[in-house]
Design a protein around this ligand. Structure first.
Ligand code: XMP
Ligand code: MG
Length: 189
C-alpha cells in the first residue's frame, strides 16, 4: 500500500461515472420490473460488495420484493480468487418455492455466483437468477448463466461503488481501474 493514501495514487483512470452507473441501474431496473411482474421475488444481495448496487437497483424496480443478504467469500485480501468459496453469513429467509434474484457487484471466475446459485437451488427455490453490475469474462472458470448484467469489463481490477481493494475504497462514488503497479506491490508481498 502506498504510504500516502491519496486516491490518485491508486486509481489509474475512471471507468464508470456516477451517471454511467445510474443509467445501468435504470436499464436493469426496467427489465427486471417487466420480467418479475406479478411475482414477489426475494432479492439476495451478496455482501459486502453488492450493497451499493442493490440499494440503487431495487429502487428502480417497480416490484413487490423482499430483500435479504448472504455473505460468501472466495477472496480474503488477495487479488485473485482462492478457488474456494465458503458461506460466511447465511440468509434469514427460507428460499423454498421463491423466485430468487441474486445481486452481485462483479462476476469474475464465476465460482462465487455458481456456489450461491447451486446453494439456493438445493434449498428448493422456484427460480434462481442473478443480476451483476459488472461482467468480467476473461477469467471465467465455471459456465454460470449471467441472466442480467450492467456492463462487461476487461481483465483489470476495479474499485469503487462497493468494489474493494483490500477492503477499502468501496465508498468511492465512481468505479475506477486500479493502477497495475499497486497490484504488483500486493502480488510481490
Ligand atoms: P468470482 O471469481 O468468484 O469472484 O467470480 C467474484 C468476487 O471476486 C471479487 N472480484 C473483484 N473485486 N475488483 C474487486 O473489487 C475486481 O476487479 C474484482 N474481480 C473479482 C468480488 O468480490 C466478487 O464478488
Ligand atoms: Mg463480491
Amino acid at each position: 500500500m502506498p504510504k500516502n493514501d491519496n486516491i490518485n495514487n491508486i486509481i489509474d483512470h475512471k471507468l464508470f461515472s456516477e451517471d454511467d452507473i445510474h443509467q445501468m441501474c435504470v436499464k436493469l431496473g426496467k427489465q427486471l420490473t417487466t420480467d418479475y411482474a406479478g411475482k414477489k421475488p426475494l432479492i439476495v444481495g451478496a455482501l459486502k460488495g453488492a450493497i451499493f448496487f442493490l440499494t440503487d437497483l431495487v429502487r428502480e424496480m417497480d416490484v413487490k420484493a423482499e430483500i435479504d443478504f448472504l455473505d460468501v467469500s472466495s477472496y480474503g485480501n488477495e487479488m485473485e480468487s482462492s478457488g474456494k468459496v465458503k458461506l460466511v453469513s447465511d440468509l434469514a429467509t427460507d428460499v423454498k418455492d421463491r423466485d430468487v434474484l441474486i445481486v452481485e457487484d462483479i462476476v469474475d471466475t464465476g465460482l462465487t455466483l455458481d456456489f450461491m446459485k447451486e446453494l439456493l437451488k438445493k434449498r428448493g427455490a422456484k427460480s434462481v437468477k442473478c443480476c451483476v453490475l459488472l461482467n468480467k469474462e476473461a477469467n471465467r472458470k465455471v459456465d454460470v448463466d449471467i441472466e442480467y448484467y450492467g456492463s462487461k469489463v476487461g481483465n483489470e481490477f476495479v474499485v469503487g461503488y462497493g468494489l474493494d481493494f483490500m477492503n477499502f475504497y468501496r465508498n468511492l462514488k465512481y468505479i475506477g481501474v486500479l493502477k497495475p503497479e499497486i497490484i504488483k506491490l500486493v502480488n510481490n508481498k
